[in-house]
Design a protein around this ligand. Structure first.
Ligand SMILES: Cc1ncc(COP(=O)(O)O)c(C=O)c1O
Length: 400
């Protein structure tokens, strides 16, 4: 039976849009990715094709760690599979309270709170801390969730050139002295793998009376000699940054997000962050996993050592294979963009790479600026040297 909403003419704008995307190499589709064995997500089948996975943000391989899995099971046994309502309705159990307490110590902050995802955290935080009349300064390549939060807040939003702190300062100079100002940036950039000089950034922000929010989604667990809590720790800046946000979904092998800062800002978020107020809290298994993950990254240095060794190995082999022109060396993170430029060409190389047995996703606009499509290679502690060598040889053959 034909319903009004399925009449061909009312859906044709959507069909036209999808076919436009297909023509310009922009159409997106989720591939079916299955692990060959449950113990690892490195050897996978991608749409039925056997491949080594270089498309995962599970940088330390913790999603398959028995300690995290056991913590998830214990949390389910004690608290069940669901959390039943938002925390302002059904309350906070001891597992969540412990996690937030541990997170505050991990990030050397007065207080911390948990959000359901990094995307939800960023949108909710920025909407809560900014209002029309405030000014917010963002790196041009900040994650989409930070941009969306700024847009929704109604604050005056200005974007400085990627990592260009002179450009940031020039923009800060133009803002009236008496308005509330925030500088917001990724620490490690998700599609470029680089990061700003955070000390200089915080110095400039201080000079102009701006507060700073840092997104440590791709840095949590990977940087910092003592706690591995991220780049704020590595730069010795934890106490100078108003809000440190990060996720459990990448190196920590789970899901969800956190933000750490002063008590007054965390209380502001509890009262104003709509994603916190109006969404059912994370399930106990996810909280149990996150609690164990922050314990593991602080007590077991081995996965992190292996990851950084793999980053060094990739860099050495890529230089030997003559890939410098397409890469930005030296590497500063396990995220390695191999620049191609054209979207269709990027898809073609990604597909050929898959046929050669290596899964590295092609990244296209709007995730990256037009003309900068790339393969995004993500290294993990769980890769072997042989797998990295095979990838580099295939890249040299296909992209040369
Ligand atoms: C920098 C950055 N912030 C936030 C997010 C969102 O985190 P989540 O995947 O937990 O929603 C991501 C990645 O997805 C990210 O790369």
């Amino acid at each position: 039976m034909m319903t009004p909403s399925s009449a061909p003419d009312s859906l044709s704008p959507y069909r036209d849009d999808l076919s436009e995307r297909e023509k310009s190499g922009q159409l997106r589709r989720c591939k079916l990715v299955e692990p060959v064995e449950a113990a690892s997500n490195i050897d996978v089948q991608v749409d039925g094709q056997a491949a080594v996975n270089f498309s995962s943000n599970d940088y330390l391989g913790l999603s398959r760690d028995k300690r995290l899995q056991e913590a998830a099971i214990q949390a389910i046994r004690r608290y069940g599979t669901g959390s039943a309502a938002s925390r302002l309705i059904s309350g906070t159990n001891e597992l969540v309270a412990t996690l937030e307490h541990q997170l505050a110590e991990f990030k050397q902050a007065e207080a911390a709170m948990v959000f359901n995802s990094g995307y939800q955290a960023n949108v909710s935080i920025l909407q809560a801390i900014l209002e029309p009349g405030d000014w917010v300064f963002c790196d041009k390549l900040n994650h989409a969730s930070l941009m969306d939060g700024c847009l929704l807040s109604g604050a005056r939003w200005t974007r400085y050139r990627h990592l260009d702190l002179e450009n940031l300062e020039a923009r800060l100079k133009k803002a009236p002295a008496d308005v509330k100002k925030w500088v917001v940036t990724d620490s490690v950039f998700s599609m470029d793998g680089d990061y700003p000089d955070l000390t200089a950034l915080v110095d400039i922000a201080d000079q102009y009376g701006a507060l700073v929010m840092i997104d440590e989604a791709h840095a949590t667990g990977l940087y910092g000699d003592k706690r591995s809590s991220g780049l704020c720790e590595q730069f010795g800046l934890s106490e100078r940054i108003a809000l440190q946000m990060g996720t459990f979904s990448k190196a920590l092998g789970g899901a969800g997000a956190y933000v750490a800062g002063s008590r007054v800002l965390i209380d502001t978020l509890i009262n104003k962050a709509r994603g916190f107020i109006y969404s059912t809290a994370l399930p106990p298994a996810v909280i149990g996993t996150a609690l164990k993950a922050i314990e593991v990254v602080q007590s077991d240095a081995e996965p992190k050592r292996r990851l950084w060794q793999n980053v060094a190995t990739f860099e050495r082999l890529a230089r030997e294979a003559g890939l410098e022109a397409r890469l930005s060396l030296p590497l500063s993170s396990p995220i390695i963009p191999l620049l191609i430029g054209d979207s269709s060409e990027t898809l073609r190389i990604s597909q050929q790479l898959l046929e050669a047995g290596y899964f590295a996703q092609g990244i296209r606009p709007p995730t990256v600026p037009p003309g900068t499509s790339r393969l995004r290679i993500a290294l993990s502690a769980a890769h072997s040297e042989l797998q990295i060598e095979g990838l580099v040889m295939a890249l040299a053959r296909l992209s040369g």
